[in-house]
Design a binder for this molecule. Sequence first.
Ligand code: KG4
Ligand code: ZN
Length: 347
Amino acid sequence: MLVLGIETSCDETAVAVVRDDRTILANVVLSQLDEHRPYGGVVPEIAARSHLDHIGGLVARALDEAGIGYEDLDGVAATAGPGLIGGVMVGLMTGKGIALVRKLPFVAVNHMEAHALTPRLTEGIDFPYLALLVSGGHCMLLAVTGPGGYRRYGTTLDDAVGEAFDKTAKMLGLGYPGGPALEAAARAGDPARFDLPRPMLGRPDCDFSFSGLKTAVRQTIDRLPAGALDRQTARDIAASFQQAVADVLADRAARAIARFRVEFPSSNTLVVAGGVAANQVLRAALSHAAGSAGMRFVAPPLALCTDNAAMVAWAGIERLRAGLTDTLDAPARPRWPLDETAAMPGG
Ligand code: KG4
Ligand code: ZN
């Protein structure tokens, strides 16, 4: 089975072709970073227009790289949310158009489900597993039992973890995009120089909160004598912030592991996915937390942690195999909780 995947929910225009034996035949990602950099963040209108300018060419390129034509496809999958509505509509309409003309089954993919299922594409792991999803818009712990099968253990009460990285990087003048810039700066920093809070540490639930940590960074900067936010100080604050996040994620994951163990005693895998999962310090902390609890730890390769369409095509394959297709009136959904029955404190 060959599926075309399309991803346009944020600032990457991406198209991929994936086969159901877990082979990625093409994985084209066009980043819009340069277009958004002058504004220090993603501008939705610029993003939507840029997706529109590039999507057609990228579909052609992906098919070309895969060495196939439309007639070889068995399905089309496009991200339908959550994300920036203008961009989502560009990819969704493109996918629907191809499905309509080629009479192919269509799958409207939840972007977070695509992140959550990525370790099945890269490592072939079995359901169920425990997943920590960390991206620019989300931070949650879930038991994943199958396509569409999510039991939410915890979520953020305020900011997403990627958002906290991006805002902290901005405060430190580290440039855009914030996450990778902060990680790079922190490499030369002292994580023990600033004593930042570890919100939610030790709480019995599996929820997160990052706004207090962000405020603490702001106050730390404000308390510095004038002109003292030099390069090394910024690196030290970055390292201290990253260490605080690592400690919190490891603690929350440990709570979730304890619950997962009770609910799924025969399963043994912790997965981290989403853009923030590209961070090496966080990966190491989570790997350690999993190891201490006797769990296997799986993190996708960096290029499949950040946004891409191979994960969307794969989510399409998983859903098609389970008989889950969508009609061509499937809506674009700016908000789309994975676990639809649970209330979403942070949205
Ligand atoms: O999954 P993703 O590519 O897009 C969304 O679905 O949001 O995640 C993007 C987020 C951004 O907040 C970005 O700063 C963060 O992931 N990120 C990182 C790193 N690479 C990307 N955060 C920390 N360390 C990184 N190396
Ligand atoms: Zn994402």
